[in-house]
Write a protein that binds this ligand. Structure first.
Ligand code: PHE
Length: 452
């Protein structure tokens, strides 16, 4: 089985896989979500815990997910079944794949709505809507925009259509082609913006906010949010990285590749913070403004600086690119399963899964306007989906992946698949997936329910 190739195709090189996995990891999570949750949770201390989670939990679990994918060579559901059989374990492990598919649908449903905001903001920016605007006017533009279900629906529909078109073109012709163009452009635009932020008045204040930890601000919920975000930002716990791993050719070092992907993802999040917070502080804005932070703050800067039309437009283009290379990986596990088990063509699989996601996404569309009063457990549909997926489903999925890779899979198999040259590196990885990652997730959960 280990010699098999995936029926869906393979990446053409290690570099293509790195681009695709980085493309999946780097997304709205880094540029839109990380700054606003760091802002809501007090900055430095939150950033510190998040970095710790990336190292101790994210890194070993990412290696585990790629390894499981490459060994199973199928959609996460079938991969888990095959690997459970290989290990002589219960095939109920395949429900882990289902948990991931459902999490992918739920995340993409709201992800697409926010990516749609970014699309709308490209248009607003390039047509000069922000020119000369003050804080009140810019907030007015945002409030007016999200109050319109029709506008949000339009952009959500457009983004879903593009996502499903790319996925329908297959691994090499769709996914790989897209990321080859998207990822380098993204890095280029980001570096350009960092240069701008360095010359804005509040550069040092922005850096101090991000990197000076004040642990008195930390609550059990902010620890959970930091951990959940480590999973979210690295695309872990739901099979996206697993399915990408299933298209990875043999003889490519999983450890080195993981190091590059996780490193690039962390760098982009920190760079996004370094771009955003100086602008937030220079304009007297609140870092804790929530999901609208990016859309309410940056346009003020773009509207009032030289070249702002170009920088602003570039920035939102970047956001759309980053979102697109992530959204394709959110739905790939479901599409791969439909092709494998329902005998569907890739196009039909995309049509159906896209349609379902689109419908679920309407819940998020309405939670910013006509449905904003509709709350479950005190949360709007958008807040609930975000909490349920990032803070619960991904950590639970990641916990099970660590347990499977560390305890269920035979040592000889994981050793063979990881091919670590230095035996110590294998021991360290094994220790992390067997003990450190599962224990960390477990302790954070105990802490939240108040037992710890
Ligand atoms: N990692 C992506 C981001 O940071 C989101 C994502 C989560 C993608 C889970 C795939 C799977 O935006």
């Amino acid at each position: 089985m280990t010699e098999n190739k995936s029926i869906h195709g393979e990446w053409s090189s290690r570099f293509a896989f790195i681009l695709a996995a980085t493309g999946s990891a780097v997304g709205l999570g880094n540029i839109w979500k990380f700054p606003y949750i760091a802002g809501e949770n007090g900055g430095g201390a939150f950033v510190f815990i998040y970095l710790l989670c990336i190292l101790a939990i994210g890194f070993p679990i990412m290696m585990a997910e790629i390894m499981l994918g490459r060994r199973g060579r199928q959609s996460p559901i079938n991969t888990m079944r095959t690997l459970a059989e290989e290990a002589g374990a219960d095939t109920n492990w395949h429900y882990l794949g289902w948990l991931g598919v459902i999490a992918g649908f739920l995340i993409l449903s709201y992800y697409s709505v926010i990516a749609g905001w970014a699309g709308a903001y490209v248009l607003k920016s390039v047509t000069g809507s922000f020119s000369g605007g003050n804080a009140t006017e810019i907030k007015g533009i945002f409030d007016g925009f999200v109050a319109s279900p029709l506008q949000l629906m339009f952009w959500h529909t457009l983004f879903m259509a593009v996502t499903m078109y790319v996925v329908s073109q297959g691994v090499k012709g769709g996914l790989e082609k897209a990321v080859r163009f998207l990822m380098p452009s993204l890095f280029f635009i980001l570096i350009l913006l960092v240069g701008y932020a360095m010359t804005s008045g509040a550069y040092e204040k922005g850096l101090a906010f991000l990197f000076t930890p004040d642990f008195s601000e930390v609550t059990s919920d902010s620890i959970l949010t930091a951990m959940g975000h480590a999973f979210f930002t690295l695309s872990l716990g739901m099979g996206a990285i697993m399915v990408y791993g299933s298209y990875l050719p043999k003889n490519i070092s999983i450890a080195k590749t993981t190091l590059i992907v996780a490193g690039a993802d962390t760098a982009v999040a920190l760079l996004a913070g370094i771009v955003i917070f100086p602008i937030v502080f220079a304009n007297g804005l609140e870092p804790s403004a929530g999901p609208g932070l990016l859309f309410q703050s940056l346009p003020i800067a773009f509207g009032n600086m030289g070249g702002g039309l170009i920088f602003g437009t570039l920035f939102f283009v970047l956001l759309v690119f980053a979102a697109l290379s992530s959204s394709i990986s959110l739905i790939e596990p479901a599409v791969a399963w439909l092709v494998e088990n329902r005998n569907m063509s890739r196009e039909m699989a995309c049509l159906w899964s896209g349609l379902i996601t689109w419908v679920v996404g309407l819940g998020t569309v309405f939670s910013f306007n006509i449905g904003s009063e509709f709350k479950i457990f005190g949360k709007t549909i958008f807040d609930l989906l975000d909490y349920l997926t990032a803070n619960l489903m991904l950590p639970i999925g990641g916990f099970c992946i660590a347990v499977f890779a560390g305890w269920v899979m035979r040592k000889a198999d994981s050793q063979q698949e990881l091919e670590l040259e230095n035996p110590w590196h294998y021991q360290i990885w094994k220790f992390l997936v067997c003990y450190v990652s599962p224990a960390a997730v477990f302790l954070v959960f105990l802490n939240v329910i108040g037992i710890l």
